[in-house]
Design a protein around this ligand. Structure first.
Ligand SMILES: NC(=O)c1ccc[n+]([C@@H]2O[C@H](COP(=O)([O-])OP(=O)(O)OC[C@H]3O[C@@H](n4cnc5c(N)ncnc54)[C@H](OP(=O)(O)O)[C@@H]3O)[C@@H](O)[C@H]2O)c1
Length: 331
């Protein structure tokens, strides 16, 4: 870390989510957008201008050599998360890597091993785990306010007019609704119920082999989660967690929710917890706290959590037959 109290961020891959993330970085007092990197100098300069950044690099390797950068935010397509995270950590950078952490569990393992070997902080950017409503709802569930959890219903679906050449349909980039959106409902089932005993899933596919939509049942001893992701049609985007003594609805759009309702004994109470910015601020603050405490992982969204979620995603893919060309076989 540099000798100021600020933490210097370097951004890799200047697309849609990098813009959203940087708008929230500006809201965190001790965060500085110190440098940005694109495959194009022109794009880096334009992005830099927008956020008041003067260190604008025309390659991902160049930003890793900047000694003033403390932590790299990786916002590139899924297929490059593992390689770039490992590279960044071996260059002495902490890493916040966009979800999904990787294409598969083998890659995720390699990234986590690199964090342990280098001593660099590493976290998957699972911002929903840090959303104030989700945090509060999970506490209530843990306290037993809903009784025994029996059922979760969650989806992430909207109609996307996918532009020609988009990463979303390219299997070599990890395209498809499952890794883009399906990881959110899987995340919710995992944080509430843990690892399932059995996974059932089926998907419809684009010609490219990427999944258009995937439906999943996670079966637990005494509980079930019914989950769905899709690029093809919209859903209400409300998630329900239901127990023997009540239920919680995470308000739409649930993975970035501004509130939730708890319904018990036919009585509904609404909770409104507006996020600071879009809501990336909380994972940013969590990174800062871990870095200052010399932690290599968060105890809120740990390395093991990312590994577990990735192994659930691998199991769903095994069921549906979704394959990425760079994998010889799904582990
Ligand atoms: N947390 C969230 O809410 C959230 C939301 C959306 C996406 N994401 C995740 O963030 C990652 C990026 O998603 P996005 O929607 O920002 O994608 P995007 O708009 O396509 O941007 C991705 C950026 O990655 C770089 N890139 C490097 N190699 C590329 C390649 N072969 N094809 C296309 N772009 C390439 C490009 O930046 P340069 O041209 O500057 O090099 C591009 O602008 C994905 O892993 C996705 O799952 C997270």
């Amino acid at each position: 870390m540099q000798d100021t109290n600020n933490i210097n961020w370097g951004i890799i891959g200047l697309g849609n989510i990098a813009h959203q993330f940087c708008r929230d970085l500006l809201l965190v007092d001790d965060a500085v957008i110190y440098a940005v990197a694109s495959r194009s100098q022109e794009k880096a300069n334009t992005f830099g201008e927008q956020y008041g950044v003067t260190n604008c690099y025309d390659s991902y390797d160049a930003i890793l050599k900047d000694d003033h950068v403390d932590i790299i935010y990786i916002a590139t397509p899924h297929n490059s998360h593992a390689e770039l995270s490992v590279k960044a950590m071996t260059h002495g950078k902490h890493v916040l890597c966009e979800k999904p952490i990787a294409l598969n569990k083998a890659e995720a393992n390699m990234m986590i091993e690199t964090s342990k070997e280098t001593g660099q902080f590493f976290m998957e950017a699972f911002w929903t785990r840090f959303n104030p409503s989700v945090v509060e709802a999970l506490l209530k569930i843990k306290n037993g306010d809903l009784g025994a959890i029996k059922y979760i219903n969650a989806d992430f679906a909207f109609y996307v007019d996918i532009p020609e050449g988009s990463r979303m349909t390219k299997t070599e980039l990890g395209g498809g609704s499952l890794l883009d959106m399906g990881v959110y409902p899987l995340f919710l089932a995992y944080v509430v119920l843990g690892m399932p005993e059995k996974i059932m899933a089926a998907a419809n596919f684009f010609e490219s082999g990427a999944d258009q939509q995937t439906s999943m049942i996670l079966h637990y001893k005494g509980a079930q989660a019914v989950l769905h992701s899709s690029f093809m049609s919209p859903s209400n985007m409300v998630a329900t967690i239901s127990g023997t003594e009540g239920r919680i609805n995470l308000h739409s759009v649930w993975h970035e929710t501004q509130g939730y309702s708890m319904i018990r004994n036919n009585h509904k109470v609404d909770y409104h917890l507006p996020t600071k910015g879009k809501g990336f601020t909380y994972e940013i603050e969590a990174c800062h706290k871990c870095i200052r405490n010399n932690q290599i992982e968060s105890d809120v969204w740990s390395h093991q959590d990312s590994l577990n979620l990735m192994s659930i995603t691998d199991a769903v893919r095994k069921e549906t037959g979704l394959k990425f060309p760079q994998e010889n076989k799904i582990k």
